[in-house]
Design a protein around this ligand. Structure first.
Ligand SMILES: Cc1cc2nc3c(=O)[nH]c(=O)nc-3n(C[C@H](O)[C@H](O)[C@H](O)COP(=O)(O)OP(=O)(O)OC[C@H]3O[C@@H](n4cnc5c(N)ncnc54)[C@H](O)[C@@H]3O)c2cc1C
Length: 385
């Protein structure tokens, strides 16, 4: 155990105060030692954000208050991949929670395994991907996860949770729903993915996302068999597209000092579309439990159309965010990315509160303009939007 670590040094937005205790677990056994001393607190304690434990992967979906965290941070830093063939055309890959996620994707692409290629370039650790059902470019991890092994803090033992048990949804899972104010019941120790391979050239799964299909020279409306491309080409193309949007970490580029998308895309009843401009982009999102048709909106579009375009919050950004003295909201220390309206970014000297101030301004403008309330995607610890 070590002390005096600062969350800002371990999060991709580079904000967050000190933690009282800090353990870097280099093996599952070390993690379990710490977990055994931090059983799940009472629900009333968890609801007030007073858990004694904060589980940390790559810190890419986390905003911790400037005051820091008064309990123990458990940083999962154990890695490892093992593969087991399943029949002639599939492989089960068991990945340790601390393994860098993009290295997992690269590993599978190099070996001609299909299923994770569109999830290239997403920061963080493998143990976190089931938590919010990480997804990009038309696929998410719920499609390949077979099961996770997790530490259940309520019973003080390891459990196996199958894909069914995980009850995945859009950027959501049972793991996330059983986390209260950042206090998790389950801590993922390893994740098992089922990936496929075919004889002959290693091709991707059919590309569903129109922007990616076009970038690969594929017809997005063609049948499945005509929408496959070499795995390594899909990976490179995704990395290129993401880099242009500031969605691949780059220490030189402040547009990437963020938590990625700050807001989830809102899902509303189709009937509610009548209150929005006709040109509002919408995507079918199935039906609600009571049978209403649902549509997903683009949070990035809503933010942009509400007057908070790229660079909102910078002195030379959109007018609404230039602040009274023209120095930018919060002195320009935090702003929407100049490449993508969905990322709230640290321009170098920002605090957590600075990032939240910009995020609040964007959320409020969207609510005032469209009557839609945006919800944050990152986990907020000790702070609120
Ligand atoms: C530039 C950028 C681009 C991004 N692009 C995408 C994208 O395309 N799609 C997408 O879905 N996300 C994206 N993200 C968000 C983020 O990378 C993912 O959510 C990622 O899976 C978070 O992993 P992490 O290890 O950094 O989690 P952390 O930030 O360390 O933790 C996030 C939450 O998960 C909990 N947690 C972490 N590990 C575990 C575990 N083993 N068991 C239980 N709980 C755990 C933490 O306690 C915390 O509540 C992006 C982020 C950035 C900065």
């Amino acid at each position: 155990m070590s002390t005096a670590q600062i969350l800002a040094d371990h999060t991709t937005a580079r904000v967050g105060g000190p933690a009282a205790e800090w353990t870097v677990a280099r093996s599952e056994a070390e993690a379990v030692d710490v977990l055994q001393t931090h059983p799940l607190p009472e629900e009333s304690v968890r609801a007030t954000g007073q858990d004694t434990l904060l589980v940390l992967g790559g810190g890419s979906n986390l905003l911790v208050s400037d005051r820091g965290f008064s309990g123990a941070v458990l940083q999962l830093a154990f890695s490892g991949i093992s593969a087991e063939p399943i029949g002639d055309d599939a492989v089960d890959l068991q990945v340790a929670a601390g393994h860098d996620w993009d290295s997992v994707v690269a590993w599978t692409v190099e070996r001609g395994l299909c299923g994770l290629e569109t999830l290239s370039g997403i920061p963080g650790a493998a143990g976190a991907v089931p938590v919010q059902n990480v997804g990009a470019y038309g696929s998410d991890v719920s499609e390949t996860i077979v099961q996770v092994r997790a530490w259940d803090r309520a019973v003080g033992d390891a459990v196996v949770l199958t894909n069914d048990d995980l009850k995945f949804g859009y950027r959501d899972s049972m793991l996330k729903r059983s986390t209260i104010s950042g206090s998790p019941r389950y801590v993922v120790l390893s994740v098992t993915f089922r990936l496929t391979h075919q004889p002959g050239p290693a091709l991707s799964a059919p590309v569903r996302y129109a922007e990616l299909a076009r970038a690969l020279g594929l017809d997005p409306t063609a049948e499945d068999s005509a929408r496959r491309a070499p795995l390594d080409q899909v990976r490179r193309t995704v990395l290129d597209l993401r880099a242009k949007k500031g969605m691949v970490l780059n220490a030189e580029d402040h547009d990437t000092w963020s938590t990625g998308s700050f807001f989830t895309n809102p899902i509303i009843a189709q009937a509610q579309l009548a209150t929005l401009p006709e040109r509002t982009p919408r995507f079918s999102a199935g039906t609600s439990r009571d049978g209403q048709a649902l549509v997903k909106l683009s949070a990035a579009w809503l933010i942009d159309q509400a007057g908070c375009g790229k660079g909102f919050g910078l002195p030379d950004g959109p007018e609404l965010g230039r602040g009274a003295a023209g120095a930018g909201l919060v002195g320009g220390r935090a702003a929407l990315s100049t490449k993508h309206t969905l990322a709230v970014t640290n321009r170098g000297e920002a605090s957590t509160e600075d990032l939240l101030t910009v995020a609040r301004a964007a959320r409020d403008r969207v609510r005032d303009t469209f009557g839609i309330t945006l919800h944050p995607e990152p986990v907020l610890i000790g702070c609120e939007l």
